[in-house]
Design a protein around this ligand. Structure first.
Ligand code: NDP
Length: 356
């Protein structure tokens, strides 16, 4: 049996050979990311007595923590708030012995088992402060909001990001009480953001680059029928204007059917054009598609490196639902447990099944 598998505890080491305080952790199962996929993997792995370590990303709980009502998660007939749902996931994982830490993983070494993850206190920190050895790794790093890449969109101080430009209505909607705002995008996220923002804004304009929404019919119909919402079709936003003092004042528009350019006064811009998988850490090591979604084998959650699994939005470009993320998290934990059972002594191959 691999010796580190016997020592499932946190071991801080400090001394003359370690000028920086560095924490060493060794686990059979390490789960990177704490959205529905990661925490479901943690529930299953912890119930299989594998004492998983979950590493919170920059957004603990994942994308549902920045959403409002979740109406389609089975088991909640009256709906549930996203943050509340994720809190339940977390409590359930902790109840069975999951440990959750918050470090920024700067790089990984998947060239041999145990795999090594190097963590820093934050993305901007210089030094590695945590070194994690993982006999199996479950990647559930999710996806992040995409941006248009236009002038004025950059975060403050370069642009107006955080000062009138946002990708999260739930987080920032309150600041636009009584103000006119725009939402860019034509998918379910854009519909949801637009509907939510009608609670605060004086007027919501949805700007979409085509002449029909990508969103589900029920959401699109709610938007099209809302008295506070109007839609600009075939229209692209090309720049955001304003200043540090005033915030956003207007945006430049381009109609791609008439080729007309125009200015549109507004005080808030919500970008809701989809998401990008958070998989940069694994570029060149794990197989991924053109967009960066990790590729898994057949009906399993196996990546091209034995012992490494991917689940949730980091792996799924198609369904991208909380419930499907949770399902794949469960599958990844079962895959990891079976891998351990096959490769190590003393592990019960039926443990996950029995604990399910
Ligand atoms: P989608 O990929 O579904 O939609 C993205 C939208 O943004 C599309 O309309 C797309 O335009 C537009 N877009 C993309 N890039 C640009 C760009 N550079 N400039 C202008 N417009 C752009 O992403 P969503 O985040 O909306 O949804 C993702 C998944 O999550 C979907 O499966 C959705 O159903 C689900 N979801 C479900 C919710 C619910 O059920 N309550 C809520 C939110 C999301 P085009 O159409 O032309 O490609």
């Amino acid at each position: 049996m691999n010796s580190f598998l016997n020592s499932n505890f946190l071991l801080p080491r400090q001394g003359p050979n370690h000028p920086m305080s560095r924490t060493f952790i060794e686990r059979k199962v390490v789960i990177l990311g704490s959205g529905p996929a990661g925490l479901t993997a943690a529930i299953y792995a912890s119930r299989a007595q594998l004492e998983p370590l979950v590493i919170d990303g920059p957004q603990p709980g994942g994308q549902l923590t920045i959403t409002t009502d979740v109406e389609n998660y089975p088991g909640f007939a009256k709906g549930i708030m996203g943050p509340e749902l994720m809190n339940e996931f977390r409590e359930q994982a902790l109840r069975f012995g999951t440990e959750i830490i918050n470090v920024w993983i700067d790089r990984v070494d998947l060239s041999e088992r145990p795999f090594t993850l190097y963590g820093k206190e934050s993305q901007d920190a210089e030094d590695v402060t945590t070194e994690i050895k993982a006999d199996t790794l479950i990647i559930s790093t999710g996806a992040s909001a995409k941006w248009l890449g236009i002038p004025g969109e950059e975060p403050v101080p370069e642009g107006l990001g955080g000062n009138g430009v946002s990708a999260c209505a739930t987080c920032d909607g309150f600041f636009f009480r009584g103000k006119p705002i725009v939402v860019v995008g034509g998918g379910d996220t854009a519909m949801e953001e637009a509907l939510f923002l009608t609670r605060f804004a004086s007027e919501v304009t949805v700007i979409h680059r085509r002449n029909e929404f990508r969103a589900s019919k029920i959401m699109a119909d709610r938007v099209l029928g809302h008295e506070k919402i109007k839609v600009l079709w075939n229209t692209e936003v090309t720049a955001i204007h304003g200043s540090k003092e005033t915030g956003v004042e207007s945006i430049s528009l381009f109609n791609n059917q008439t080729n007309e350019a125009s200015d549109h006064p507004t005080q808030g811009v919500f970008i809701a054009i989809g998401h990008k998988p958070n998989t940069e850490l694994f570029e060149g090591v794990l197989d991924m598609d053109d967009v960066g979604y990790l590729i898994t084998e057949g009906r399993t959650m196996k990546t091209n490196v034995p012992g490494v699994y991917a689940c949730g939005d980091a792996q799924d470009s198609y369904y991208r639902q909380a419930i499907t993320a949770a399902g794949t998290g469960c599958m990844a934990a079962i895959d990891a447990e079976r891998f351990l059972a096959e490769h190590e002594e003393g592990s019960d191959p039926d443990a996950v099944k029995a604990g399910a």
